[in-house]
Design a protein around this ligand. Structure first.
Ligand code: ASP
Length: 305
């Protein structure tokens, strides 16, 4: 039976290898997707997720994370949570509850504390220094001036699809700002019978298109994974340009129920994919009209995250 995993950005490569091992050994899609995200949350070299995440305007690292189980459609999410090691693990545990699946701020922290989730100060001296240097210099938040979300989608041998996400959100965001990452339907969506999708980029624009659910609807209507992802991102970008003059950077990954991937993007976008029939590889997706061109990274792509 097929398995597959896809992750956003180069930072997901090691996590993708870990998730692949789990899936190869008949492991569960939820464990694989969460393990992939946790790898990035714990890695101090990546400054937009978990440990060494990017601070808000007040110099505090407040994190967002989401999880969805494509078998039950249960989701869990945390927004603007501070002082814990793994937002995605907390999000996953919230998916098992009947109510109160999406908690933010102090409520999320109280829940995490009550469940004995590991605490961690994610603000390092190096990142605080970066905050001090930029806090007055940055006049306007712009896309990819240092923010990215790690998203993983995994399909296991039983046909279960899961989505998991984690980010520190926009650098120098307003305190309390929450983007698309913990929002089911916008930042992620999973239905094992149809497919799963997850987004990265400027949350304010991703939310305008409820993008992950939009891709799910296109899969359900019979589009291929590539068509669904690329057409949804292209159409949202064009709509926002027409209606409000601009669309900031947005990218999206999806997996259909057979593990075939799709990508949509309006900017150069690296992602990592592995499957039962394809070795783990980092790819670059480029917008190409209303479609997307996929190629192996070249020297010109070295500066992409
Ligand atoms: N989507 C994230 C947010 O808006 C940030 C990112 O993926 O770059 O919080």
């Amino acid at each position: 039976m097929a398995w597959a995993v896809i992750g956003t950005w180069r930072m997901s490569r090691e996590g993708c290898a870990k998730a692949s091992e789990i899936l190869k050994n008949n492991g569960d899609a939820a464990d694989a997707a969460v393990a992939g995200v946790c790898d990035v949350e714990d890695n101090p070299s990546f400054h937009s997720v978990g440990y060494t995440g990017l601070p808000d305007k007040e110099g505090r690292v407040k994190l967002d994370g989401g999880f969805m189980d494509g078998n039950t459609l249960h989701f869990g999410a945390v927004g603007s949570i501070e002082g814990f090691r793994s937002p995605v693990r907390i999000a996953r545990s919230l998916a098992d509850r009947e109510f109160n699946n999406f908690l933010v701020g102090a409520g999320a922290e109280a829940y995490a504390q009550s469940q004995s989730f590991e605490r961690r100060d994610n603000l390092t001296p190096e990142i605080y220094q970066k905050y001090l240097e930029k806090k007055n210099a940055v006049k306007k938040l712009s896309s990819y001036s240092g923010h990215d979300t790690v998203c993983f989608l995994a399909l296991d041998h039983s046909g279960r699809l899961c989505a998991a996400t984690s980010t520190s959100g926009l650098f120098l965001k307003d305190p309390g700002r929450v983007g698309d990452t913990p929002l089911a339907g916008a930042g992620f969506y999973a239905d094992s019978l149809i497919g799963a999708a997850a987004a990265t980029g400027v949350g304010e624009d991703i939310m305008k298109g409820a993008l992950s659910h939009e891709v799910y609807c296109r899969l359900k209507a019979g589009m291929s994974a590539m068509e669904a992802a690329s057409s949804a991102v292209y159409e949202l970008s064009e709509t926002l340009k027409k209606r409000s003059g601009a669309c900031r950077s947005i990218s999206l990954i999806c997996l259909d129920s057979r593990g075939r991937y799709g990508v949509g993007t309006n900017t150069s976008f690296p992602f990592v994919y592995a499957a039962w029939n394809e070795p783990l590889e980092t790819w670059i997706a480029e917008p190409d009209g209303n479609a997307v061109r996929i190629h192996l990274p070249g020297p010109e792509d070295l500066n992409l995250d």
